[in-house]
Design a protein around this ligand. Sequence first.
Ligand code: ADP
Length: 399
Amino acid sequence: MLRIGLTGGIGSGKSAVATHLASLGAIVIDSDVLAREVVAPGTEGLAAIRDAFGAEVLTPGGELDRAALAGRVFGDDAARRVLEGIIHPRVRHRAAELFDAAPADALVVNDVPLLAEVGLAPTFHLVIVVETPVETRIERLAERGMSEAEARGRIAAQLDDTARRRVADVVLDNSGGLDSLHAAVDVLWRDRLVPYERNVREGVRAQRPEELRMGDYDPAWPARFERIAGRIRHALGDVALAVEHTGSTSVPGLAAKDVIDIQIAVADLTAVDALRPAMAAAGFVVVPHITGDTPKPFAPDPVDWAKRLFGGTDPADITHVHVRVEGSPGWRYALMFRDWLRADDEARAGYQAIKKGLAATGATATEYAEAKEPWFTEIWPRLEDWARRTNWEPARAPR
Ligand code: ADP
């Protein structure tokens, strides 16, 4: 099963996207609908609202009087939080029940207007954000019968597109007609969502292409790391002492393969082994034959270099997750190497030259990784020297 979060500002076209995804075969859970269900007459949610706000927020017929309730919470943050404290957990609970009831091979889309605002992004395999310019949204909402003042008020109460973009694995531009929106959703469905779901269900990681593709530094890499890191923290909880962006994509300015490397610091590897099912459910599959890094001469015992490797399952977002024991040589090396490349222009230029030189030989990604190994060992004295001069210490996770 693939859990897809769908969000966007009011009037951006979330419902239009959800409807089209449903026509392609997705199961849609609409959180707006759930928010009405959990306070329907006779529910325990409606009783909680009556207890908190009094009988005056009910109609004589015993239904929620939305206008009266809106009047009570409008401009009163404390009251609004009380209301959200009643509604949000019940909606989440109901959504969880519907996810659990979906078939094992389903692609389930949860349309959540406030997904970014309430921090739900890490609970999904993928988040789609629909974006439409504000003026277009106001025009479209007007056609739906909403006044301009009300539309502007609602838009102002939500996050803006820039803030929402931070949680977006996919941005769908809905400034054009419905045909172009549908075409974009079709491609997304075929090329990403369907294979992603299959990978998660079958426990198959998405592989980088063997053909080595070295691209220029992409300023979007740090944000991509943050989104994946959120999912890993969500899956591992306290077992992850730190989740850090490492490898070439973590060094601004460096050309790299389009692969996000992530290092997770743990106290011991068995705790992570116990959480393999949670990682798999979150879309990270263990690579069983990799149990350590290549020892470097300064710490030749392979035991010290034990690690676990997980691969992401999103075919459009190749991710390698290296789990290492905090304080171990491999853990330290990954951080030191990154910080050195970030800090030292000459080191970065040297590494770039090695990478480009190897890439130019037409090596495959595997041959390339192997060919780089001696260089890592060779630069160790320079790296150590830099660390001594700068008093470098790995930043430890706050406890
Ligand atoms: P949301 O669910 O994000 O609030 P909707 O999907 O309901 O937004 O879209 C808002 C309004 O705009 C609806 O009336 C919808 O039919 C219309 N709409 C959505 N996308 C388009 C589009 N690409 N072109 C024209 N109208 C659109």
